[in-house]
Design a protein around this ligand. Structure first.
Ligand code: SF4
Length: 484
């Protein structure tokens, strides 16, 4: 849940039908709807790449689709019921076109495979996040009337050799996944169960993908992982926990990868998400300070401001450690934009402990936050060990207090941009008018300015003269001539 233009939004239930920029004629039609985090959207681009190789094209209209895939999120109960409703919508298609195939991909696949396939017979295919290479084979099985399922999690799979097909893209910014899975076992989180153990992708394949995107006119890449700070590539599929000190020394760390991507071209902006407070080191911060094209914004989920609750969440750091990381950011990158994730009402959280979350938000002065009330998830450590005993109305009230405080903090942070010149990468038209372009500054704040002769992909310097609670508005005072 986050605040955009003062509206509270929950991405996990926001489905998006993804289509190719250029629709190919002929070939079977694929309808691909994606939910949840950016990792899932990036996976949908891998799925599209595999099927387009097999002659499929994409459609926005599921009524005319031959194959309907829903890439699902299992992070909260709401996300799951939303997908179930959609699957019932798709039943209509099968009634009219019995040959049409419906499939569930992503994080719900592993958890609800039998329910979807056997009990509710809602789908023909169920595929987990590490088994997308098997899709063509599974589609053949389903076409022959067999139930097709593959939810095996892998310790190696990174899809490094596959070039994602950019779906619904603005042609300027793109995501590149650098790790898959997660080794942290935060007690409230399903990701380690639905996406498996963490593995880092070969840095050469990441750099080649970034170079290819730059050559195709993209001007910004975001390096993506559940915990980018624990990226460590040692080659040869060696497991992180088995590495000798010498092997570790010869491995590529996240800070080194960040520098390699930044050195591709000064006009290629680099962002990354998501960082982890227990692993984020000063080497990363100094690398950001060294390269102007590495953007000055860090997404550093805190989840709670109280050390006892953080320990129950198995986050691996205390309130004091987190604040020391914030101090390090403020010292090394003074104007860095910082955003976070917060959960209210976790098992046994007291009122005093909730107030510590509010006081920590005041201390950090976040630009932006994703805010949720605790939603117990099956199979997680918290579900097995702790009672979900904070009453719903209390969870809701605490969430509202966090949302209200963040709305105030976002306003303060946005106002700090007034009267300053911001280097903005134009991404496209503003939501409100085709006479205005929108882009973002290094801190990830949205900036809107008159279009004049500028176009998406341009770097422009904008003098900000006014703002809303989350958007900066200004006038271009000069276009940056880029090296290209
Ligand atoms: S770091 Fe924690 S919250 Fe994030 S994906 Fe891993 S287990 Fe989940």
């Amino acid at each position: 849940m986050n605040i955009s233009e003062n509206k509270v939004i929950d991405e996990s239930i926001q489905g998006q039908a993804l289509v190719l920029d250029t629709v190919k004629t002929g070939g079977k039609k694929l309808f691909l709807e994606s939910y949840g985090c950016q990792m899932n959207f990036s996976d949908s681009e891998i799925v599209a790449s595999i099927l387009i190789d097999k002659g499929y094209t994409t459609t926005q209209n599921f009524e005319e689709a031959d194959v309907i895939f829903v890439n699902t999120c299992a992070i909260r109960e709401g996300a799951e019921s939303k997908v179930r409703n959609r699957l019932n919508d798709f039943k209509r298609v099968k009634a009219k076109n019995p040959k049409a195939l419906v499939g569930v991909l992503g994080c719900m696949a592993e958890r609800l495979k039998h329910q979807f396939l056997e009990q509710e017979k809602l789908v023909d295919i169920v595929v987990g996040p590490d088994a997308y290479r098997d899709l063509p084979n599974l589609l053949d099985q389903a076409e022959e009337g067999h139930r097709a399922i593959n939810v095996i999690l892998s310790k190696e799979e990174t899809y490094a050799d596959l070039t994602p097909v950019r779906l619904g893209s603005n042609g300027v910014t793109a995501f590149i996944s650098i790790t898959r899975g997660c080794d942290n076992m935060c007690s409230f989180c399903v990701v380690p169960f639905t996406r498996g153990r963490e593995r880092s992708r070969d840095p050469e394949s990441i750099i080649n993908e970034a170079k290819d995107l730059f050559a195709r006119g993209y001007r910004e890449v975001t390096l993506l992982g559940q915990n980018v700070d624990s990226y460590l590539y040692s080659g040869g599929g060696l497991k992180k926990e088995t590495l000798t000190e010498e092997q570790k020394a010869n491995s590529v760390t996240f800070a080194q990868l960040l520098e390699k991507v930044a050195l591709i071209h000064p006009d290629l902006r680099v962002r990354f998400s998501t960082s982890h407070p227990k692993d984020m080191n000063d080497e990363v911060l100094h690398t950001m300070a060294k390269h102007e094209n590495i953007c000055n914004n860090i997404h550093l989920p805190v989840q709670s401001g109280n050390s006892r609750v953080l320990e129950m969440m198995n986050r691996g750091y205390t309130r004091e450690w987190y604040m020391s990381r914030i101090n390090a950011i403020r010292n090394i990158l003074p104007d860095c934009g910082i955003s976070t994730d917060i959960i209210t009402g976790f098992c046994s959280e007291t009122e005093e402990e909730h107030l510590e979350t509010l006081s920590l938000m005041e201390f950090v002065q976040y630009d932006f936050a994703y805010m949720f009330m605790y939603s117990e998830r099956p199979k997680t450590l918290a579900e097995r060990k702790y009672e979900d005993n904070v009453p719903e109305p209390v969870k809701k009230r605490r969430l509202q207090e966090v949302v209200d405080l963040q709305r105030k903090l976002s306003g303060i942070r946005t106002e700090k941009g007034l009267g300053k010149v911001h280097r903005v990468l134009a991404e496209g038209f503003s939501k409100k008018s085709d006479d205005m372009l929108m882009g973002r500054n290094s801190q990830n704040s949205v900036v809107v300015f008159p279009k004049e002769n500028y176009k998406k992909g341009d770097y422009v310097n904008v003098m900000v003269t006014e703002c809303t609670s989350s958007t900066l508005i200004g006038k271009v005072i000069g276009k940056e001539e880029t090296g290209q």
